[in-house]
Design a binder for this molecule. Structure first.
Ligand code: RIB
Ligand code: CA
Length: 314
C-alpha cells in the first residue's frame, strides 16, 4: 500500500462531521495529523469537545484536537441546534472526553504544520465554516502554495440552499472566509448539497450501523437517528443527507463521485443571497475555474464504504 495520505480535518461536529471523522480514523489510507475545531453547528466549546468525544469513541485519544475560531471573520455566528441538538452531538450517550484539548490555537497549528512539513503533502478536509482556514491564510499567506489540496463540504447550486433559499450552512456562516479560501489559488474539490443530497441515511442503511457488534456502529446509528429527523421532515425523504463523510469518501474512492472543474464565486454583499455559491457550471463567464465541483455520488457505494470501515472500529 502507498504511504498514507496526511490530512488535517477542520470541523464543527455535528453528527455528520462525527461520522466523517470515524471514517477517516477507520481508513489506513489516511493519516489524520490533527483535528481543528471551528464554531458552526454549535459554539466552539462544544465542537472541540465533540471532536474529542469522537476520537475516544474511535479508540484514538492520541489524535491532537485544537480549538480554533470562536466566530466568523465578519458576520455574527449562526448555529444549527435545531438540526444537531443543543450538544451538537445529540443521539448517543457519549462520555465526557478524558483526552485533553491541545493548548495551541488551531490557526497556529495549521500554519506551523503546513510550514514545517514538505510543501504539497497535506490535504485539508473541511467540514464546517472555513474561518480557521481563512485566518491561517491571512496569518501566513505562504501556506497557500504549500497546501496539497482542500476538499470541502459546502455550497449548493442546482439544489439551492439549506439555511436560506440560496445558501448552504457552511458557506452562509462565514461567506467572507469561503471567498478568501476559494480565491487563494489552492487546488479545491467542493462537495455541495447537489451531491450530498443524494447520500440519504435511509432506514436500511442506518440499521446496518445499528447491527454492528462494536460501539461505533450503534453510536453512529443513534447519531443518524437524531440528525436525520430535521431533514426528513423538511424534504419528506426516507433519511437525511449525510454531508460531511462525502469529503473523506472522495479521498478514499473518488470514482464514487462525478463533477467538473468550474468557477465558484461567493456572494458576500446581498443579504438576500448572502453566502450563495455561484457555480459557473456551463462556463458562461470568463471567471477562471477554481474548484472541481462534485454533482453526483454513487450512494450505494458510499454507504458500502462507510459501513465496511466503521464496522472495523472499536
Ligand atoms: O450544510 C451542511 C453542513 O453544515 C454540514 O457540514 C453540517 O455538519 C453543517 O456543518
Ligand atoms: Ca459540518
Amino acid at each position: 500500500m502507498n504511504k498514507p495520505l496526511p490530512i488535517i480535518i477542520d470541523t464543527d461536529p455535528g453528527q455528520d462531521d462525527a461520522v466523517a471523522i470515524l471514517l477517516a480514523l477507520a481508513s489506513p489510507e489516511l493519516e489524520v495529523l490533527g483535528i481543528t475545531a471551528v464554531a458552526g453547528n454549535v459554539p466552539l466549546a462544544l465542537t472541540e469537545k465533540n471532536a474529542r468525544k469522537i476520537c475516544e469513541l474511535a479508540g484514538r485519544p492520541d489524535v491532537k484536537v485544537h480549538a480554533g475560531a470562536i466566530r466568523p471573520m465578519v458576520r455574527s455566528l449562526v448555529t444549527a441546534e435545531e438540526v444537531h441538538g443543543k450538544t451538537g452531538l445529540d443521539g448517543p450517550v457519549l462520555p465526557e472526553p478524558a483526552m485533553t484539548l491541545q493548548d495551541q490555537h488551531a490557526v497556529d497549528y495549521l500554519v506551523e504544520t503546513l510550514m514545517a512539513r514538505p510543501a504539497g503533502t497535506i490535504t485539508l478536509c473541511t467540514l464546517g465554516p472555513l474561518t480557521n482556514i481563512a485566518l491561517a491564510l491571512v496569518r501566513e499567506p505562504r501556506i497557500a502554495s504549500r497546501i496539497k489540496q482542500i476538499v470541502a463540504m459546502g455550497g449548493g447550486y442546482f439544489e439551492g440552499g439549506n439555511v436560506t433559499p440560496s445558501a448552504e450552512f457552511n458557506i452562509y456562516v462565514d461567506p467572507h472566509a469561503a471567498r478568501l479560501v476559494f480565491e487563494a489559488g489552492i487546488p479545491l474539490t467542493l462537495i455541495p448539497l447537489d451531491c450530498t443530497h443524494q447520500a440519504l441515511t435511509t432506514a436500511k442503511r442506518v440499521e446496518a450501523f445499528r447491527a454492528m457488534n462494536n460501539k461505533s456502529g450503534p453510536a453512529t446509528a443513534a447519531m443518524l437517528d437524531f440528525f436525520e429527523r430535521f431533514d426528513e421532515n423538511k424534504y419528506g425523504t426516507d433519511g437525511g443527507p449525510l454531508h460531511d463523510p462525502c469529503v473523506v469518501a472522495w479521498l478514499l474512492q473518488p470514482e464514487l463521485f462525478e463533477g467538473k472543474l468550474v468557477n465558484v464565486s461567493v456572494e458576500c454583499e446581498s443579504e438576500l443571497t448572502m453566502g450563495m455559491t455561484v457555480v459557473d457550471w456551463w462556463r458562461v463567464t470568463k471567471r477562471a475555474p477554481n474548484a472541481t465541483v462534485l454533482r453526483n455520488v454513487n450512494a450505494e457505494g458510499f454507504f458500502r464504504l462507510l459501513t465496511e470501515r466503521i464496522s472495523k472500529l472499536p
